[in-house]
Design a protein around this ligand. Structure first.
Ligand code: ATP
Length: 205
């Protein structure tokens, strides 16, 4: 199977008042199409920094990729311009973070938030995007999508909110979905449901 992502000898530093922090030193891994890859390590070992580097979401002011390559379908993401990267983010590679409360915009309806990437990246009309949103809400197991689409994040439970975050991440059919501890903010039974959902979605998509 072909590699969709290859990280080669990645080295990342942060420049702080206390000097240079070498957060990542010589990270190597590859991901094949259809594969699930788990990155495991103790707190502070650099898991989040690695995944943020792939998405180019590290703080621009004080972080630096010192060495290495992040090859997505053979292209080095570390070398793309911000504009080129914006096209890849959300469309080819998307990411889910720990806390669904801070990932969602509290002032916007859930429907509008899932619609946004569809209108922005895929030039969908409003009505086509609405259809796709209903489909996505069903896919991630949210009942009564016609009602839910008009509601705000605070009207959802924690687990339901993370399902919405997953729906947004999947909206444009990304080739890679990065999840950085997607269940940490949820209680144990809901954690199991979300992991089960992700396994199921991976098989289907
Ligand atoms: N913006 C930053 N400025 C300076 N140092 C940073 C910054 N972000 C992360 N670091 C440092 O980089 C190292 C790796 O952090 P990272 O968040 O990737 O760890 P992690 O493996 O994801 O840990 P956890 O499991 O606790 O989330 C840590 O030493 C951290 O202090």
């Amino acid at each position: 199977m072909e590699n969709i992502l290859e990280v080669k000898d990645l080295n990342i530093s942060f420049h702080t008042f206390a000097g240079e922090i070498k957060a990542i030193r010589g990270v190597n891994f590859e991901l094949k199409k259809g594969e699930t890859l788990a990155i495991v390590g103790e707190s502070g070992s650099g898991k989040s920094v690695t995944t943020k580097a792939i998405m180019r979401l590290l703080p621009p002011g004080n972080s630096e990729i010192k060495q290495g390559e992040i090859l997505f379908e053979g292209r080095d993401l570390a070398k793309l311009t911000d504009k080129q990267m914006q096209k890849i983010r959300g469309q080819d590679i998307s990411m889910i973070f720990q806390d669904p409360m801070t990932s969602l915009n509290p002032t916007m309806t859930v429907g509008k938030q899932i619609m946004e990437p569809l209108i922005k990246h895929q030039n969908m009309s409003k009505s086509a995007a609405r259809e796709r949103v209903l489909q996505l809400l069903k896919l991630v197991g949210i009942p009564q999508p016609e009602l839910r689409i008009k509601q705000y994040p605070h009207q959802f439970s924690g687990g339901m909110r993370q399902r919405v975050v997953i729906a947004i991440a999947l909206a444009c059919n990304p080739k890679i979905l990065i999840a950085d501890e997607p269940t940490t903010a949820l209680d144990v039974t809901i954690q199991a449901q979300i992991l089960e959902l992700m396994k199921d979605l991976q098989k289907k998509n």
